[in-house]
Design a protein around this ligand. Structure first.
Ligand code: CAO
Length: 273
């Protein structure tokens, strides 16, 4: 028999922030030249090099409902804690990388050697005062989720103040870009050479998702319409770009499946740390 309907529809939190825009102006504006220098100039070089590497992008959706609940509970019990989703995701990446070490590797510029990196130094793309920077959290494999959160907050504060150090900005072995913190569903991330893989996280959104195992008796047999039971779940799209000279799609997909499993079963993630 089908489950009883909920007494009231699930409430959907309004997440669209108010956006302050400059008022439109009809005053003519002259063209303005600006030299490309500093961080932007460095970005020209790194992104141009990265684009010369044959790469592919693989996307999937993860059900973050359990993790959203867990974080909500943690924040309720520890009012002062600043813990976003990223520390969980970073830890889960490290646990998954243990199983797929080729994704935590460097390839030399001539593509003759792969160096499997011993430490999981996970870089986080940050929208800082100076533009896009990717500081990394060193030795994530040795850190607890709480320690990762503290380190992420430290890097975020330094980024805001334009004070990230060379040590913070070098030595990354694998990267993530949480574009979902700003908005958007999908983004194709660009490799940060000599790393071989990078992931872009979309915004976690509440969506109606059909139940996996549907009750066949509830489907209509007399028309093409299908009726099924559905739930509201918190979904996040994740897109991975990888260096296709050394990484194949199957490896990336298996890694993504491992990460999806850990994030969809956060107790397993906590148990392994
Ligand atoms: N989906 C939904 N909510 C998200 C989210 C996501 N993917 N990511 C973050 N949030 C939430 C956080 O949980 C937090 O909510 P609370 O206030 O309720 O705790 C809020 O959004 C703000 O998060 P944050 O930005 O302070 O923290 P973070 O650890 O998730 O991200 C940082 C830190 C530095 C990665 C992020 O601020 C940032 O700069 N992102 C932009 C990255 C970027 O520019 N990428 C593009 C690179 S290519 O040009």
């Amino acid at each position: 028999s089908s489950p009883p309907p909920p007494s009231s529809p699930p409430t959907v939190k309004e997440t669209t922030p108010t956006i302050k825009l400059q008022p439109p102006s009809t005053t003519p504006v002259a063209d303005r030249n600006e030299p490309i220098k500093g961080i932007r100039k460095a970005m020209v070089k790194t992104m141009t090099q990265a684009n010369s590497v044959p790469h592919f992008t693989y996307s999937d959706e993860y059900d973050m409902t359990q993790l959203v609940k867990l974080r909500k509970q943690l924040k309720k019990e520890n009012k002062d804690i600043k813990m976003s989703y990223l520390p969980f995701i970073i830890k889960a990446c490290s646990q998954a990388l243990h199983n797929y070490p080729i994704l935590n590797a460097y390839v030399d510029s001539k593509c003759e050697n792969i160096t499997y990196k011993g430490s999981h130094n996970i870089g986080i793309a940050m929208d800082t005062k100076d533009g896009l920077l990717v500081p990394n959290i060193k030795n994530v494999q040795q850190l607890s989720i709480n320690q990762i959160s503290n380190e992420l907050n430290r890097l975020q504060q330094l980024g805001k103040a334009g004070k990230l150090s060379t040590d913070d900005l070098t030595g990354g072995t694998f990267s993530l870009s949480n574009i979902g913190a700003i908005g958007g569903t999908y983004a194709v991330p660009v490799l940060l050479l000599p790393e071989v893989a990078i992931g872009a996280l979309g915004k976690i959104v509440r969506r109606v998702v059909p139940d996996e195992e549907d009750d066949e008796s509830s489907s209509s047999s007399s028309s093409d319409d299908e009726y099924c039971s559905c739930r509201v779940r918190s979904m996040m799209s994740v897109s991975w770009s990888a260096d296709h000279r050394v990484i194949d799609g199957a490896t990336m997909a298996r890694f993504s499946n491992a990460l999806k499993y850990l994030l969809e079963n956060p107790l397993q993630l906590l148990l392994n740390q």
